[in-house]
Design a protein around this ligand. Structure first.
Ligand code: SF4
Ligand code: SF4
Length: 436
């Protein structure tokens, strides 16, 4: 969504705005024609058989909608589990018990611990492996980002074999070329996707029954990355793409909502599954207390994402039991006018810097990297990536760091249309991110 789109949300007070927003992602307006062949029948229907957990509690909220992941034919919970900060197996176990069956992890999440803990939870659940879908990445077992790049076939294969051990499983459903555009800057965006060693490793692992599908994710779906994702969709090698997609615009770096929706439509037509991540942009960190007794910001944001029929599922980081309980309530629910109002309120209340915006930087006489610093602070506060965020901050030239704001009268402030208290947030970021 562009900044104009955000302003539309902020300014609209009537149902017309809601209808416009809702219809923008409707099947008809996307021109998504269903194909009649079985392979391409992507219509979202509930699973006939839901994952048996053996511990359903009468009346407990649980997943009620399972969607098809494109041509893979796999059906997964519409609300799925992001294991980015997973350190307690009981959290993942609870997710399984409530019917979540798609788990997104990686070797570089908590230095390999996320995979180990997920494997522990799966074992403890007693749910057959075949009822669960596990996605992990071609990564090193280091702190984020450990994305593999330019390696030998043997090294890629070893990485996946190590994942299998940590996860205590004998196969992985999806292995990702992760975070396209990161750690490969300067290379063509398709470079990592065309890596012959990676592709050969995948083929061999697949022939051994150790992996099933190749996937690609992109956190910064910029204009520069569009070609890479287009290539992934058209190449036939990738069965799933995962991009940022949310009610505030979806994707960083001034990408419009329209371009992400168009990408989801393309993927849908090709039978390539589209998984949405970063679905809480703008609602993150806001009070999740039930508002008006009709749901929370997070639930409204999820329902908005899932109202796009091209979305296979959304992945959201779940940190504790109460978050899981809150999130699963959005499963299978329609996006309503009340949800629209909640999102509008979130847009108004959120004082979070908008990823992709750099509008205020032109008014900073000192050249402070405002947008980058506030983004690193989001990593620090919300993604359990303290070390990574601090490291990124330390790489900024001293002249561009937030301590340069001391004594400044904040001419940057007047150019922020989102109400971010720039100087105050930069001061907080500096305190969080400085090693001193
Ligand atoms: S407060 Fe900081 S970021 Fe804003 S104009 Fe002054 S030096 Fe630049
Ligand atoms: S502080 Fe405001 S103007 Fe500056 S980058 Fe963030 S959202 Fe944009």
């Amino acid at each position: 969504m562009s900044s104009n789109d955000n302003k539309n949300i902020n300014n609209s007070t009537d149902r017309r705005g809601f209808l416009k927003m809702a219809s923008a992602i409707s099947l008809g307006s996307l021109g998504l024609g269903y194909c009649s062949t079985k392979e391409n029948d992507l219509e979202q229907k509930p699973m006939t058989k839901q994952p048996a957990t053996g511990s359903e509690e009468p009346g407990a909220s649980r997943i009620i909608s399972y969607r098809r992941l494109g041509r893979t034919g796999l059906r997964v919970s519409d609300i799925s589990f992001g294991a980015g900060g997973l350190t307690n197996y009981r959290v993942a176990l609870r997710a399984i018990q409530l019917g979540i069956n798609y788990f997104d992890t990686a070797p570089d999440y908590v230095g390999g611990r996320s995979e180990k803990v997920l494997g522990q939870a799966i074992k403890a659940s007693g749910v057959p492996r075949s009822r669960l879908v596990i996605a992990t990445k071609f990564c090193y077992e280091t702190g984020y980002p450990g994305h593999m790049y330019n390696e030998s076939k043997e090294t890629y294969m070893k990485a996946v074999n190590d994942c299998l051990k940590r996860l205590q499983t004998n196969y992985i459903d999806f292995v990702f070329v992760h975070a396209l555009g990161e750690k490969d800057s300067g290379s063509p965006e398709t470079y990592r996707l065309k890596d012959q060693n990676m592709l050969a490793a995948f083929r061999e692992l697949k022939s051994q029954g150790k992996v099933r599908h190749l996937a690609v994710s992109c956190h910064n779906y910029t204009a520069a990355m569009k070609g890479g994702i287009d290539y992934a969709i058209n190449s036939g090698n990738f069965d799933l793409i995962m991009l940022a997609y949310n009610f505030r615009g979806g994707s960083p770096d001034k990408q419009t909502l329209e371009s992400v929706v168009n990408m989801s439509k393309k993927a849908y037509r090709k039978g390539v599954a589209f998984v949405a991540m970063k679905t809480l942009n703008g609602a993150r960190g806001l009070d999740s207390e039930e508002l008006k007794g009709k749901g929370t910001f997070a639930q409204a944001a999820f329902k908005w994402v899932l109202s796009n029929p091209a979305v296979g599922c959304l992945v959201v980081t779940m940190r504790n039991m109460s978050q899981i309980e809150e999130y699963v309530k959005a499963s299978g629910q329609k996006f309503t006018y009340n949800d629209y109002q909640l999102l509008k309120q979130a847009s108004l209340e959120s004082k979070e810097c908008q990823i992709g915006c750099t509008d205020c930087e032109k008014n900073c006489p000192k050249g402070v990297k405002i947008a980058d610093i506030l983004r690193y602070n989001i990593y620090f506060n919300y993604y359990d990536q303290e070390k990574y965020a601090m490291q990124k901050y330390s790489f900024l030239p001293a002249s561009m760091r937030a301590n340069n704001c001391d004594g400044c009268e904040s001419p940057c402030q007047s150019s922020c249309a989102y109400g971010v208290n720039i100087k105050e947030q930069l001061a907080e970021a500096h305190a969080n991110l400085s090693f001193a």
